[in-house]
Every structure is written in C-alpha cells, then in structure tokens.
Design a binder for this molecule. Structure first.
Ligand SMILES: Cc1cc2nc3c(=O)[nH]c(=O)nc-3n(C[C@H](O)[C@H](O)[C@H](O)COP(=O)(O)O)c2cc1C
Length: 330
C-alpha cells in the first residue's frame, strides 16, 4: 500500500497531474470515475489568492466525489505562501501540493515554479515552513533540475523529505527542456533507490500507453504514476492502464455512447459549477479530443463550439449519437 501522510492508496496509484485550464472540477470528476486514485487541481497563484482574485479563488473549489484531492499552489515569497496555506485550508483539500516545476518564463522569472530549482535552500525552507503551517500532508511536484548540468534531484528529494514533505512527483525533464525531448525516468528511479527515501516517489512525463505505465512500475520501481496529457480528452486512460495491469490486455475502444455521455456530463458539471455562459464556453475546448477520429465531424463540432446555449450543444450530442451510431473507434 502507498500512503501520502495518512491517506491510504492502492499499490501503484495513478495520479491525475495538475494541468492549467484542464484539471478543473468537471474534468477531475470524470478522471476520478475512470480510476484516477488522486487528483490535483491546476496550479493556483499564491499572490492571486492573497489579493482575493476571483479567478484564483474559483480554482479552490473541490467536491466530495473527487477525494482525495490535492490543491496545487505556486509562489516564491515565504510570507505569501504561508498566508496561502491558511486560505487553501478553508477549502478542506486532502493534500496541499507545491509547484516547483512550472517552466513558464513569467513564473520562473519571479523565482516560482521551476525557478526555485536555482535555489535549493529556499526550496527546502519554503517546504519546511509550509509543512509546519498545516496539518495537511504537503507534497511537492518538481522537475529533474534547472538544466542538464545541475541535476541534483536525489539530494533535493531527500532534503524535502527530511523537512516533512509527504510525497514527491517528479517530471523527468529539466526546466531547460521545457517539454522537448523524452522524459528521462532514470534519475527518478535513483531518487526511489536512495535507501534513505521512505516517502512515495511518483514518476511523471510521457506516460501515454498502459505499457509505459507498466514499465514505470516494473522496470523503474516507482511508487505510482502521475498522468497528464494522455488523459486530456481521454479520462478513460486511468481505467485502460488498470485493466492492462490486471489482465495484460488492452481494454476495447471507448464507444461513441461513452464519449457522448462524458461530453454531456462534462458540460453539465461545468454549468453546475460556473453557470451557463462560462460552463458552455469553457467546455468547448474538450470536444475535439472526445470525438477525435470521427470522419466528417466538422459540422457537429462547429455546433458544439459556436452555440452559446447549452440546449443546442446537448442537441448536437444527441445528433452525433444518432448519425455516427455505426462508427467504430479503434
Ligand atoms: C495544458 C497543461 C497544463 C499544465 N499545467 C500544470 C500545472 O498547473 N501545474 C503543474 O505542476 N504542471 C502542469 N503541467 C505539467 C503536467 O502536470 C505534467 O508534469 C507534464 O505534462 C508531463 O506529464 P505528461 O507527459 O503525462 O503530460 C501542465 C501540462 C499541460 C500539458
């Protein structure tokens, strides 16, 4: 069994990665239903929360059905990060995760996200103080290092563990790589193989097939897999991986009915959460992924992404179910 603090998880848990504009409550709920063992919110700015910026505050919304859920925060200022803990706790998450991995310039230039990989002492201090501030388990998500010449992830992980971090998720790229090249899981395995490590070490980066998840488990010996892009438009990925683990076989294709059902429910949950206008608008970006591969789909996609009234979008889903009932997904 894998534990994050007192939270008990199955062997080799699958975690939904924090993803900006993707890992919102409706998407997290769908992934949870399809087998994600832990879900994380997209990153939330500590400075935004302190200023009570509506956009940041809304990202703290979590629902019972998604537990265990971690709220991920980013920032570099100690006082702001500590105040943020107090704010985040009011949302009652199961985990607070610190983002020490975001490579985006506007984040790293302020020393936040992966920017902190240039100052390991501050990374350690921030983690230590945040752990002291809350009774919730604090986890960290980070990258291998700032660049290829400064990879010290084995030491970094140990130092974070020693100040009370309860689990670490490591994306197998450096900040300098951004998303280029292949993720390298070897340094993550070195972290896990450090005999002093006792907290869970989760691997992240490029898991897009059940086989790769199995490789991470069996050949790299990691404690679990954090999955990001492979789940976008495919919340079933978690179930596909679990099925493969259990049977050694691939789950059959996801049917049109399941896809339409997911799209419908995604839209409904978004409306329930953000209201009709924003719900309709923000769910648009998911439809292409849900219905990818269907030929001559443009007419229906256009209806889904241009209608302002949810009734028209729901009607487009019904039409798709009717028109493409014979289409076989691979
Ligand atoms: C659209 C998008 C948004 C992301 N936003 C975040 C974020 O808010 N916080 C974070 O720690 N990582 C973020 N990431 C990085 C992912 O969590 C993950 O580390 C990365 O995509 C590699 O994993 P994957 O190959 O499974 O996608 C984001 C990635 C994508 C594609």
């Amino acid at each position: 069994m894998v534990k994050i603090g007192d939270i008990e998880l199955p062997d080799f848990p699958l975690l939904l990665a924090p993803m900006e504009d993707v890992s919102d409550p409706p998407f997290r709920a769908l992934c949870k239903e399809q087998g994600a063992d832990v879900v994380y919110t997209e990153f939330v700015s500590s400075e935004g929360l302190i200023r009570n910026a509506a956009k940041s505050v809304m990202k703290l919304d979590i629902y019972e059905k998604e537990r265990p859920v971690g709220i991920q925060i980013f920032g570099a200022n100690m006082e702001s990060m500590l105040q943020t803990i107090d704010i985040v706790e009011k949302s009652n998450p199961d985990i607070i995760d610190i983002n020490f991995g975001c490579p985006v310039k506007k984040v790293v230039s302020k020393g936040a996200g992966a920017g902190i990989l240039k100052d390991i002492c501050l990374m350690e201090q921030l983690t230590a103080e945040m752990v002291k501030r809350t009774n919730l388990p604090v986890t960290v998500k980070t990258r291998l290092g700032w660049d290829h010449d400064s990879i010290k992830i084995v030491e970094v992980a140990e130092r974070l563990q020693d100040v009370g971090c309860k689990a670490i998720s490591i994306h197998g790229r450096t900040r300098a790589q951004m998303y280029k090249g292949d993720a390298d899981w070897k340094p993550i395995a070195e972290v896990k193989n450090n005999p002093r490590m006792h907290i869970p070490v989760f691997g992240n980066g490029d898991i897009d097939t059940p086989e790769k998840a199995m490789l991470m488990r069996d050949s790299y010996g990691l404690d679990g897999a954090m999955i990001g892009r492979a789940s976008i438009g495919n919340p079933w990925f978690f179930k596909q991986v679990k099925h493969f683990f259990e049977t050694g076989e691939h789950l059959g294709p996801i049917s049109l009915a399941e896809r339409v059902d997911a799209a419908r429910r995604h839209l409904q949950m978004a409306i329930d959460w953000k209201g009709e206008t924003l719900g309709v608008f923000e769910t648009r970006r998911h439809y292409t992924n849900y219905f990818r591969g269907i030929p001559h789909f443009k007419k229906y996609r256009m209806k889904m992404v241009t209608s302002d009234d949810s009734k028209d979008v729901f009607a487009a889903f019904d039409e798709v179910l009717d028109v493409f009932s014979d289409y076989q997904f691979v």
